[in-house]
Each structure stands twice: as C-alpha cells, then as structure tokens.
Design a protein around this ligand. Structure first.
Ligand SMILES: Nc1ncnc2c1ncn2[C@@H]1O[C@H](COP(=O)(O)OP(=O)(O)OP(=O)(O)O)[C@@H](O)[C@H]1O
Ligand SMILES: [Mg+2]
Length: 315
C-alpha cells in the first residue's frame, strides 16, 4: 500500500459575503494524496478548486476540517514550524504574469524563496538560481530580465523554477497551462512530468477540463459546488465514470475513436450559486437522473469499488 503524503479531512471554507450571507466555497472535502503521484482536481469554474489549493498551502485559514502533511496537522501549526513546513509545499498559479512581480528580475524572483528560507546566499545562491533556470529550460543569461520580456510559456517556466527552489515535496499546480497557447501547453505539461520524475514530486493538478488532467493524473477528483462528487484512478474514471456529473463532463470531450457512439450529455442551466446551494444533492438541479430523494437527502461519498468513490443516491 502506497504511503499518503498529504490528507485533507472534511475541509471547509465559508466566506461571509454581501452583508451576512455565507458562501460555501469548499464544503466538506476529504481526500489523500500518495507520495509521488499526481492527483487531478477538476470541475467547472467556481466549484472551489483554487480555494482548496489555497487552503492546502495555508494561504487561508479553513473554516473547518484539517490539512495533514506527513502526519502533521498544518492547521494546528504556527510561526517557525509552519514556515519550515511551507517550504515543502509550493504552488504554481494559472496566470504566470500576475503571479510574478513585474519589478523583480527573474534572478530575484527565483532567489527570493531561497533567501526567505535561508537555503543559500552569495555564490551558492547564484549557482542555485542558474541550476533552477536550467531545470526548467531557461538560460542563465536570461536571469537579469524582467517578466514582461518573456513569453507566456517562459514566464510559466519561471513560476515553476520558483516553486522548485525550496525543493518541495508537494506542488499544487493551479491550472498551470490554462492561460497558455495550445502549442505551449504540452511543453509545460511535459516539463512538469519530467521534473516530477527527477525530483520525486507529488502534484495536485487543478484544471477545468478532464482532458488535460487525464494525461497528468494517476487519480482524479471531480468537484461540484464545493464538494467532491467522484474520486477514482484516472483509468476507472475515464472508462467507467459513475457520477452523472462526471459522465456529462466526459461526454463533452470529443472522442478520437471513429464510430464511437457516446452521446453528448447536455447539462441544463448554469452552476447554482454557492451562496444558496440546492438542498439535498447539489447537482440535483441539473441532473438527468434526478428523483425525489435527491432534492431532500444529501448523498455521501462512498467507496463503490476499491478506490472508486462516488456521491450519488443511485450508484
Ligand atoms: N476571498 C473570497 N471571498 C468571497 N468569495 C470567494 C473568495 N474566494 C473565492 N470565492 C468564491 O468561492 C467560490 C470558489 O472559488 P474558487 O476560486 O475556489 O473556484 P475555482 O474552482 O478555482 O474556479 P475557476 O475554475 O474559475 O478558477 C466561487 O464562488 C468564488 O466566487
Ligand atoms: Mg481557480
């Protein structure tokens, strides 16, 4: 049995918005990530993927639940011990432009985490920065340039180098290729895969669509309105999706196999507001299998087959 590096239990983030309304961005999510694997997280815009990522990084305080990294509860850590664990978990953001300080050179950007965590100084620091640039396919002579002097793909490489600087164990990749040209996307994906092999990294890979995630992930979690509705190995999820929402998402991906007769499932309406989510199953307002029970009782995430979890009354 593989060892889990990281776990979240009943993780919640509720925001107070518009006076005193409560927006449930993440509302009771539990999963674990094995050492060395990639766990994909997918779902439509606003379902809580980035919030989950920020909670994992402790960039925000959870409203409830716990974040366990190497058996230590991050939610209980403060001060120096939290900072020291922070270097083990890094994040790569969707938009490499807004996540890089425009007034800092690439050298300064990559050196910053090394300085903050006191990992190198002087010549050693210079050497580390050049090495990191090399890992991500950039040249050291580019180190004196500013982010705007790079292309989108190159900027994302800088973001990756910065994330690698502290030799993290876990990297949360929050839609790292969504803002890039299609032709550049696969280069960055391949770079992430190579680095994972080389440095034995564990990834949480966030994306909108199931197609990018499939290539990257060992297991995939599907989120809907702050909840995890299905979690399985990539193989079983793509071969035998159980949840109607996953089935709909998958049916929207064009199949390369000629003659395959999968019908596209068109979902009704938009994602409801997380301020006042539907009672019972949150997907019930758009589900093509909806019955009475779905609008009154919330389904729990159950293990249907070994390692394949689904939250639906009819599975
Ligand atoms: N600081 C905040 N204050 C209030 N609401 C927030 C805050 N951050 C996020 N939200 C809300 O929480 C919900 C989840 O947002 P989140 O950014 O996690 O979604 P996402 O799945 O990453 O979406 P996308 O695919 O568009 O990036 C959204 O409804 C969003 O508006
Ligand atoms: Mg997001």
């Amino acid at each position: 049995m593989a060892e889990s590096l990281f776990e979240v239990h009943d993780l919640k983030k509720h925001y107070r918005v518009q006076g005193n309304k409560i927006l449930k961005a993440v509302d009771g999510v539990s999963f674990h990530v094995f050492r060395g694997e990639t766990l994909g997280l997918v779902g439509e815009s606003g379902c809580g993927k980035s919030t989950t990522g920020r909670l994992i990084m402790r960039l925000e305080e959870p409203t409830g639940g716990s974040v366990i990294f190497e058996k230590k509860d991050l939610t209980a850590l403060r001060g120096r011990r939290l900072r020291s664990l922070r270097k083990d978990i890094q994040i790569i953001f969707q938009d490499p432009y807004s996540s890089l300080n425009p007034r800092m050179t690439i050298r300064e950007i990559i050196a910053e985490p090394l300085k903050v965590h006191k990992l190198a100084k002087g010549n050693e620091l210079e050497k580390k920065v050049s090495q990191l640039l090399d890992y991500v396919g950039l040249a050291s002579y580019q180190a004196n340039r500013y982010p705007h002097e790079f292309s989108g793909g190159q900027r994302q490489r800088v973001g990756i180098a910065r994330a690698l600087a502290t030799q993290p164990k876990l990297i949360v990749c929050d839609e790292p290729v969504s803002a890039l040209d299609v032709s550049i996307q696969s280069q960055v994906i391949n770079l992430l895969k190579d680095l994972q092999q080389e440095f034995k990294l564990t990834y949480i890979f966030i994306a909108h669509g199931l197609n990018v995630v499939k290539y990257m992930s060992d297991r995939v979690g599907v989120m809907y309105l702050g909840k995890l509705v299905e979690l399985a190995s990539s193989e079983s999820l793509y071969e035998r999706p159980l949840h109607p929402y996953t089935q709909a998402l998958l049916s929207a991906i064009p199949r390369p196999v000629p003659g395959s007769k999968k019908k596209r499932i068109i979902l009704k309406g938009d994602v409801p507001s997380p301020i006042d989510p539907p009672k019972g199953c949150r997907f019930s307002t758009r589900c093509f299998k909806v019955q009475d029970i779905c609008t009154s009782e919330e389904p729990v995430l159950k293990e249907i087959e070994p390692g394949h979890f689904c939250a639906c009354h009819f599975i």
